[in-house]
Design a protein around this ligand. Structure first.
Ligand SMILES: [Cu+2]
Length: 254
């Protein structure tokens, strides 16, 4: 794991902060893993909102993703013009890290954030999950598509949510999944194709982002009320078909 040192650089653009970095007792409790209690859902005042931007830098020798052999599924092989490599650790050309889930872990208070009516989308294409890392809210629908001419088997492997396993044949409609509890991250695998893996960050609020091909993330309309804490969570490195042996690497920023 010593090659997986992450430096989470967070630049916080504050439009306005009330009581900067003042620790409030009510903010001490974590918002990860528990749904907030009911509170008035007042609209977020743009005048007191903030935008958080940053990038995740990889330090060390960048690993090269292991080649994925999907010869057993010719219909997927021919969808790829170039050899496919594992996306477990993806270092961008500029030395940043892709697919890091960055989210606000603390400091949002008791405000509640209703789940969006729009579903989050997860596709299966070329025998890969697209995207490799995603986020959604508790109670929000996740629509899992099958764009391949083959059967997949969507198997969530959570710790705090129901363990579900559903087969999806070609041309079938989307699987509709909801997560009742917050959990970062929920691995999802395919029992038919052991190299397929995606990771879902499920939160009680919408303040999350996934680093892109430049290693950058951004999130706006953040109702900062003092100190808040962001955290980056990279999927654990693992051998296809083998459960992760270690916890995800984490680095904190403020
Ligand atoms: Cu599959």
């Amino acid at each position: 794991m010593n090659t997986r040192k992450f430096l989470l650089v967070v630049t916080i653009s504050l439009l306005f902060i009330l009581g900067a970095c003042k620790k409030e007792a009510e903010e001490a409790r974590t918002e990860e893993g528990t749904a907030p209690e009911a509170a008035p859902a007042a609209a977020i005042d743009p005048a007191t909102a903030a935008t958080v931007t940053g990038k995740v830098v990889f330090q060390g020798t960048a690993p090269k993703g292991k080649p994925i052999r999907m010869d057993a599924e010719p219909s997927c092989v021919k969808q790829h013009a170039a050899p496919v490599r594992s996306q477990e650790v993806v270092v961008n050309d500029n030395g940043t890290l892709r697919y890091v889930f960055v989210y606000v872990k603390q400091g949002l208070g008791d405000r509640t954030y209703p789940a969006p009516k729009e579903p989050a989308i997860l596709d299966q294409k070329g025998c890969l999950y697209i995207p490799h890392v995603a986020g959604l809210q508790v109670g929000q629908e996740l629509h899992v598509l099958n764009s391949d001419p083959t059967t997949h088997n969507v198997h969530e492997v959570p710790k705090n949510n129901p363990d579900r396993n559903q087969s999806q044949s070609p041309g079938a409609g989307p699987l509709m999944i909801r997560f009742p509890k917050a959990e970062v991250m929920v691995p999802v695998k395919c029992n038919q194709h052991p190299w397929m893996r995606t990771y879902l960050g499920v939160l009680t609020h919408p303040f999350f982002s996934v680093t892109n091909q430049n290693g950058a993330f951004t999130k706006g309309s953040l109702p900062l009320r003092g100190r808040s804490t962001t955290e980056g969570d990279a999927p654990p490195r693992q051998t296809p078909g083998v459960p992760p042996a270690t916890s995800p690497a984490r680095r904190k920023g403020c």
